[in-house]
Write a protein that binds this ligand. Structure first.
Ligand code: BG6
Length: 471
């Protein structure tokens, strides 16, 4: 039986998280191919616009130039005492078209160098294999994950990177926020609609693609156990939470139903089975997922080992009211008990503890909150950024995390989202800033890219140094 504990474990993985497409830039350097993130110049709220066009500003094309400046940035993460750093491998640096015969050596070398730099400071890489970075060629030539062939391309990509980095990377995640494909199938999974499909057809496309991704997830898990037996591989979901707006039983039931639409993805990947509640919605929407013999056995045999997730906020659902959706998850009615961020996300530290408990009760697997943070308008005054609001957000969320540990929840670590300012996935803005490190660049691409420490830098450093003792 486990013992009651009040402290963060001594091997708790403190750190920060970014993605390749929001930070690296160098969008066509060293043999890199074109990926989906560059086809949404205004972030994922807007529609797929196809390959980059002359005269359109693409914030991710340069981003914060992490590709050339990672040594300087990692040195700053090391100063804060990071134990772990999450980023993604850009699939198109390794396989520029996704279906190439041989990998791109320059791309492989870049990540070798990046991981060496992290390990030099004893920072463990936590690597997302696919973070909204689908090769455009796979979308245009094959229809992306709707096509079963994608499983083979993904398997080859995984085999390549597991073999190459087996001595350097011990923590892996398969698909970033896979559950967001139910509302943003293009950005998340490369499933692009042409606008003529009805709801039934769209649902069929999404669930078929999801099934292929579940099989790919199981195959990646199997490969990882085989090639890197001492590594851990998890799934990753967007799990900012949603409450019923009031005690109207209709609102309560609908809220459960909305939550299940997300938890469906972790139910399959962690329990290894399709949950029975999905059958009714498939029946009503006339969804028929084509599965091959052996698929279900594979999914059952190779579940994910832990659940990684993003948590930014909560929203409240009123009976019968349709919700709007963005990178933070469902947006519905404003909760009168909560404060709201500059970008309209409601700040809810207790919701973090609630979510950690909800997920551990459901799955009893280790949890890893790999995204949490505050996107805000920061102002530079005399070369300094006094971001007390970010410190406050972080402090309250870490207190909630500690309470969850006391509740008995098993938590591997915590990676703050965007420890350095990066391009927003949702809006394409540079000025939606999360960082402890400011990057001198604005929404139009002006700026020197100079890095400046904000007040939160020293605060987070102290948290890590004291292993979360003095919050
Ligand atoms: C998550 C994504 O949805 O939220 C990140 O995994 C994203 O890529 C983060 O950046 C925050 O969202 P945004 O829209 O503020 O960048």
């Amino acid at each position: 039986m486990k013992k009651y504990t009040e402290k963060f474990s001594t091997d708790f993985l403190w750190g920060g998280a970014i993605s390749a497409n929001q930070a690296e830039g160098a969008w066509n350097e060293d043999g890199k191919g074109l990926d989906m993130a560059y086809c949404f110049p205004d972030g994922l709220h807007f529609k797929y616009k196809g390959a980059p066009k002359e005269g359109v500003y693409y914030p991710q094309a340069e981003a914060i130039d992490f590709y050339h400046r990672y040594k300087e940035d990692i040195a700053l993460f090391a100063q804060m005492g990071f134990k772990v750093f999450r980023t993604s491998i850009h699939w198109t640096r390794i396989f520029p078209n996704g279906d190439d015969e041989v990998p791109n050596e320059k791309g492989l070398q870049f990540y070798d160098d990046l991981f060496d730099e992290l390990l030099k400071y004893d920072i463990q890489p936590l690597i997302t294999i696919s973070h909204y970075e689908m090769p455009v060629n796979l979308v245009e030539k094959y229809g992306s994950w709707k096509n079963r062939k994608l499983i083979d391309f993904f398997e080859k990509y995984c085999t390549t990177i597991f073999n190459r980095y087996k001595d350097k990377v011990k923590y892996w995640l398969t698909f970033n926020e896979i559950n967001n494909m139910r509302r943003n199938a293009d950005y998340v999974a490369g499933v692009v609609f042409n606008g003529t499909e009805n709801r039934e057809q769209r649902q069929n496309m999404i669930y078929q693609a999801a099934h292929h991704m579940f099989v790919a997830n199981a195959k990646a898990n199997r490969l990882c156990h085989l090639i890197i037996p001492d590594a851990k591989i998890g799934c990753m979901l967007s799990l900012s939470n949603i409450y019923p707006y009031n005690c109207d039983p209709v609102a309560v039931f609908e809220t459960m139903d909305i939550r299940r639409k997300s938890l469906f993805y972790s139910d399959v990947m962690l329990r290894g089975e399709y949950p029975s509640y999905i059958l009714r919605s498939w029946h009503e929407d006339n969804v028929n997922v084509v599965m091959e013999e052996g698929d279900l056995e594979l999914i059952k045999k190779y579940p994910s080992q832990f659940l990684a997730f993003s948590y930014y906020k909560t929203s409240a659902h009123e009976a019968g009211k349709p919700s709007f959706f963005d990178t933070g998850g469902e947006q519905n009615s404003l909760n009168p008990f909560l404060k709201t961020s500059d970008w309209g996300w409601q700040i809810d530290p207790l919701g973090f503890r609630y979510t950690l408990n909800e997920l551990y009760d459901r799955y009893q697997v280790p949890l890893f909150p790999v995204e949490n943070g505050l996107g805000a308008n920061d102002v530079v005054i005399d070369g300094k950024i006094h971001d007390d609001y970010r410190i406050e957000y972080l402090k309250e969320h870490l207190k909630a995390l500690k309470e969850a540990i006391k509740d008995g929840v098993e938590i591997m670590g915590y990676t703050y989202w965007g420890p350095i300012d990066i391009v927003s996935a949702g809006t394409g803005e540079m000025e939606k800033r999360y960082g402890f490190i400011y990057v001198d660049k604005d929404n139009d691409g002006n700026g020197t890219l100079k890095r400046i420490k904000k007040d939160s830098f020293e605060w987070y450093k102290r948290v890590i140094m004291t292993n979360g003792e003095n919050l």
